[in-house]
Design a protein around this ligand. Structure first.
Ligand SMILES: C[S@@+](CC[C@H](N)C(=O)[O-])C[C@H]1O[C@@H](n2cnc3c(N)ncnc32)[C@H](O)[C@@H]1O
Length: 237
């Protein structure tokens, strides 16, 4: 099959409208169709609202629902249907963009679609974006890793044993996707003396951004999906 359009995976950064790269803006200006990913629970797409100011007025916007998955193999039907919809537009000589929050190759739904399209022989251009954890470090003025620090990045949706083992060996640490198991994450950090150094940022760069440093006091709060914790083990001596 011949696909004459190009598929662009575009990282639009974590939310701040000035944190898109020139390359991302140029790609957004070029596309004819934009895929805006959304989850089953939420009707809006943060990635779309960041991308919107740069789109041609004629751009067709297609909302595609992606389930929050643990195992890609369990959700093949939804992904196949989304892939087919994208292929249809690429066959019609359209350039299709897929806007993704932060960076497309970092814990992103884009990765699944990228892998499916890659095996169909589609021309793909992936444009990196500023990942949320790096924007957060600058936003709150907290160097993330320096010298010989080893940076550990933990998705808090992982198995508790895996999270605890990673934390036992961690120094500079980023905890992503903390919205689900927040009370358990707080306990795990407390047990390792990593709470004093912790900062939680929700919706970094967006109008309703929240920065919380007394994390334990907020343990029972329902967090926004876009929430990340930066912390580190206290340096001794
Ligand atoms: C599916 S991952 C997407 C990561 C994204 N590709 C990146 O490069 O940052 C979703 C997680 O990213 C983090 N995240 C993304 N945007 C954020 C923001 N604006 N503020 C705080 N955390 C954010 C949260 O931990 C959230 O649960």
């Amino acid at each position: 099959m011949n696909y004459s359009g190009t598929f662009y995976g575009i990282g639009v950064g974590p939310g701040d409208p000035e944190l898109l790269t020139v390359k991302a803006i140029n790609a957004l200006r070029k596309i004819d169709t934009l895929i805006a990913p959304k989850t089953e629970k939420k009707s809006d797409s943060v990635a779309l609202s960041i991308a919107q100011p740069y789109l041609k007025p004629s751009v067709e916007i297609i909302y595609q629902t992606f389930p929050m998955i643990k195992d890609f193999a369990e959700e093949t039907e939804v992904f196949e249907a989304n892939k087919e919809e994208i292929l249809k537009h690429l066959r019609d000589e359209q350039n299709v963009g897929f806007a993704t929050i932060g960076d497309p190759m970092f814990y992103s739904t884009y990765i699944y679609i990228f892998q499916l399209l890659e095996s169909c022989g589609v021309k793909i251009v992936t444009i990196p974006g500023v990942p949320a954890f790096l924007a957060i470090a600058s936003q709150i003025g907290r160097p993330l890793a320096y010298g010989n620090d080893i940076l550990t990045i933990i998705p808090a949706t992982a198995e508790p044993n895996a999270i605890n083992t990673a934390l036992d060996h961690a120094d500079a640490t980023v905890l992503m996707k903390v919205y689900k198991n927040f009370p358990e994450v707080v306990d795990a950090l407390q047990a390792r003396g990593m709470l004093d150094e912790a900062a939680l940022v929700s919706r970094c760069g967006l109008d309703d951004e929240k920065i919380i440093t007394d994390i334990a006091a907020h343990k029972q709060e329902q967090l926004n999906y876009l929430s990340t914790i930066l912390t580190r083990r206290k340096h001794r001596g």
